[in-house]
Design a binder for this molecule. Structure first.
Ligand SMILES: O=C(O)C(=O)C[C@]1(C(=O)O)C=C[C@@H](O)C=C1
Length: 268
């Protein structure tokens, strides 16, 4: 099974993808991952969706709304960041924007004068630190190798930091089995009470929502796409009935059933 994720080697996405597949290849953006899977170039893609400190990875949500792929698994992994550099003498910290944000308080307290640079991934930041002694990186400490020293460990602002990833695949592989389901709803209408009406079909059938996120549709200001995760499988009649109602409410737009899946917890 050919799997693609965010690279280079050593990213947290790589760690999550390794739990699914032995053959992992890399690209530099989550949009490129989703497109490569939608185009059939890879069997699986692994993309970050949501972090317990920083919230949604918006590029991933938008890429899912723009392409036709299935979600076939959810992977949750703890994120424990290290600060690494050639020496203590650095003046710039390079990492993925999510990782910099997850360590905001630590950086303000311990390195208030350092400049911050958002790069494509945590592992890309490590490459910069290897090439330039004035750069430190925030990444998984295993990336330090022989050239870099781990100057501090567990620098994320909450010790319980965790990121949720989706494994995506060709839409034909969409499953109705699994205890959780992800949906994207674009109503393409706007009136008082619309969101209430979209949520009632779930509440009426005792389907618990685990996430609701709105993203701009890009069509016009104030127009939204809703990303909805529920604790129920598409095999369940109550979810199918709720979706029938939601499809009617969104008849001017669209409803995408990304699939039902189970959760894997990856601790190393
Ligand atoms: O840069 C990486 O290592 C990634 O895999 C990306 C990413 C993210 O986008 O959230 C994944 C997990 C962590 O939350 C930090 C960064």
């Amino acid at each position: 099974m050919r799997t693609i994720t965010l690279g280079p080697s050593g990213t947290y996405s790589h760690r999550a993808a390794s739990a699914l597949s032995e053959s992992v290849e890399f690209t530099e953006s989550v949009t490129a991952i989703v497109e490569a899977v939608a185009d059939g170039e890879y069997d699986r893609g692994v993309i970050p969706i949501e972090n317990s400190i920083e919230g949604s990875v918006t590029e991933s949500l938008d890429a899912l709304a723009d392409s036709d792929v299935a979600v076939v698994a959810e992977i949750i992994t703890p994120i424990r960041h290290g600060l690494m550099a050639q020496s203590e003498d650095f003046d710039l910290v390079a990492s993925h924007a999510q990782a910099l944000a997850q360590c905001r308080s630590y950086l303000e307290e311990h390195h208030p004068d350092a400049d911050l640079e958002a790069v494509a991934s945590t592992a890309r930041g490590v490459e910069h630190a290897r090439e330039d002694s004035t750069v430190a990186a925030i990444a998984h400490p295993d990336n330090a190798g022989a050239e870099l020293s781990v100057l501090a460990e567990d620098i994320q602002d909450q010790s319980s930091n965790a990121t949720r990833f989706f494994a995506i695949a060709d839409p034909q592989t969409r499953s109705i089995e699994g205890g959780n389901t992800s949906l994207i709803v674009y109503p393409n209408v706007d009136y008082p009470g619309l969101l209430l009406e979209l949520l009632e079909p779930f509440a009426d059938r005792d389907v618990n929502l685990s996430r609701l996120e709105s993203r701009p549709s890009g069509e016009r200001l104030g127009d939204y796409v809703f990303h909805i995760d529920v604790e129920a499988g598409l095999y369940e009649q109550r979810l199918q009935d709720a979706l029938d109602e939601i499809e009617e409410l969104a008849s001017e737009g669209w409803v995408r059933r990304l699939g039902s899946y189970d959760t894997r917890h990856v601790v190393e």
